[in-house]
Design a protein around this ligand. Structure first.
Ligand SMILES: Nc1ncnc2c1ncn2[C@@H]1O[C@H](COP(=O)(O)OP(=O)(O)OP(=O)(O)O)[C@@H](O)[C@H]1O
Length: 356
C-alpha cells in the first residue's frame, strides 16, 4: 500500500483530498504545516488557513473523522527564509513578488516532501485544483483543472520533475461544487468555509506596513517622473507601487496615469499614459520547464502574466541559458516585473519564469 502525506489546511479541498485518497486505499497521513505567526495570532478566516490554531483544530477533527493519523509540523523557518525574505527583497528591489509560487515550491513541496519521505511516505497530496500527469515523453506536467475558474496551475508552475513525480492532487478532476457535495455527503463540518485569500501573511493587504515592520527599514519618499525625466510629484516610497498600477497614485495629470517602471537605484517611480503602459514584449528569467525539458526553438503558446490574467497567445524563444523573450499577438497592460509568466501547451503547463 502506498503511503501519502496530505497537506491539510482545515479547508474543504484538502479534507476531501484526504477522504478521496483513503477511498482509493492509500495509507493516508494528515499534516498541517505551521508556517507563520503564533498559533493564536491568526485564524482561517483571516489568513487563508495557512497556519492558524483553528486550521489545526479543524484539520485534526477531520483527520479523526477519517480515522487517519495526524501531525502538526513546524515550517516557520523555511517559510521565513523562502517566502517572507524573498517577498520583502523583491519589493525593495522594485519588483512585485508572487509569494504563493515560492511557498509552493520551497515550503509546501520541498520542505514538506522531504519530511514526508523521511517518515516513509511515497507521495504528498494537496487540495489544489490541478492534475499531475506523466506525458508520453516521460516528463511530468501539471494539467489545468476541470473547472477553469478554479485552476491553480499558475501558482504551481515552478515545481520540479522530482516533486511532481511524488505528487497527488485528487480534487483536480472535480468541480468545486462536486467537492462541496462530497464534503456534505460524508458530513465534513468544513463544507461551507470560504476559499483562501492569496497572500495569507498580509491579511489586510497592507504590504507596505508589513515590509516596514518586518525589515525595520524606513522607506524613503521620492519623485514620480515621466519617461523623459520630468518630475510630476512625490511618491510615498517604491514599495507602495506596482508596475501597471493606476489607482492610489495621488496625481492629477488630466489623463489616467499608470506606473510604467520602478527605479530603485534612483528611488523614482516612472508614470505614463495608458498607451505607454502597453507592450507586446515580455522577457523572463529564473525559468522552469515542465512538459518539455527545454525549448528547442520558437514556440507558439498560450501564456498568463498574472494569476487572474485570462491569458493571451505569444511566441516564446530562448535568448540565453536562463532567459526567454515572448512576443505577444496583442498588446498587454500591466506586465509586472517579479510576477510569473506561465506558458501552456494545450491543457498542460509547458513551463514559466519570472518577468524581468
Ligand atoms: N498550513 C497548511 N498545512 C498543510 N497543507 C496546507 C496548508 N495550507 C495549504 N495547504 C495545502 O495547500 C492546498 C492549497 O492551499 P490553498 O491555500 O490554495 O487552499 P484552498 O484551495 O482553500 O484549499 P483548502 O480548502 O484545503 O483550504 C490545500 O488544499 C492544502 O492541501
Amino acid at each position: 500500500m502506498s503511503r501519502v502525506v496530505v497537506g491539510m489546511s482545515g479547508g474543504v479541498d484538502s479534507s476531501v483530498a484526504a477522504y478521496l485518497l483513503k477511498e482509493q486505499r492509500y495509507d493516508v497521513i494528515g499534516v498541517t504545516m505551521q508556517i507563520w505567526q503564533d498559533e493564536d495570532a491568526c485564524s482561517v478566516e483571516e489568513n487563508g488557513g495557512c497556519c492558524g490554531l483553528s486550521a489545526v483544530e479543524d484539520a485534526r477533527r477531520v483527520a479523526a473523522a477519517l480515522e487517519i493519523p495526524y501531525y502538526v509540523m513546524n515550517f516557520k523557518k523555511e517559510f521565513r527564509e523562502n517566502v517572507i525574505d524573498y517577498f520583502t527583497a523583491e519589493y525593495l528591489s522594485g519588483r512585485t513578488p508572487n509569494p504563493c509560487i515560492a511557498c509552493n515550491r520551497y515550503v509546501k513541496w520541498e520542505a514538506l516532501l522531504n519530511r514526508s519521505l523521511a517518515i516513509g511516505a511515497d507521495y504528498i497530496a494537496t487540495g489544489h485544483y490541478a492534475g499531475v500527469e506523466k506525458l508520453p515523453n516521460g516528463r511530468y506536467a501539471l494539467k489545468r483543472s476541470a473547472t477553469p475558474a478554479k485552476d491553480q496551475t499558475y501558482a504551481l508552475y515552478n515545481l520540479t520533475q522530482e516533486q511532481l513525480r511524488r505528487t497527488l492532487m485528487p480534487v483536480g478532476a472535480y468541480s468545486k461544487d462536486e467537492i462541496r457535495a462530497i464534503a456534505e455527503k460524508i458530513g465534513l463540518a468544513v463544507a461551507d468555509k470560504p476559499d483562501s485569500q492569496d497572500i495569507c501573511f498580509v491579511p489586510d493587504g497592507d504590504y507596505a506596513s508589513f515590509i516596514r515592520e518586518n525589515t525595520g527599514r524606513e522607506i524613503p519618499e521620492g519623485n514620480f517622473v515621466t519617461a523623459d525625466g520630468k518630475v510630476l510629484g512625490r511618491h510615498k516610497g517604491i514599495i507602495h507601487y506596482t508596475v501597471g498600477q493606476r489607482k492610489k497614485l495621488g496625481l492629477s495629470l488630466g489623463h489616467p496615469a499608470f506606473v510604467l517602471e520602478i527605479r530603485p537605484e534612483t528611488n523614482e517611480v516612472v508614470i505614463g499614459t495608458y498607451e505607454e503602459s502597453l507592450t507586446d514584449t515580455v522577457r523572463a528569467d529564473r525559468l522552469n520547464f515542465m512538459s518539455v525539458e527545454d525549448l528547442d526553438g520558437p514556440k507558439r503558446v498560450f501564456a498568463k502574466i498574472r494569476y487572474n490574467h485570462r491569458g493571451a497567445w505569444c511566441t516564446v524563444e530562448k535568448t540565453g541559458e536562463d532567459q526567454v523573450v515572448c512576443h505577444f499577438e496583442e498588446p498587454l497592460r500591466a506586465v509586472t516585473p517579479g510576477q510569473a509568466v506561465v506558458f501552456y501547451d494545450g491543457d498542460y503547463v509547458l513551463g514559466g519564469g519570472t518577468i524581468l
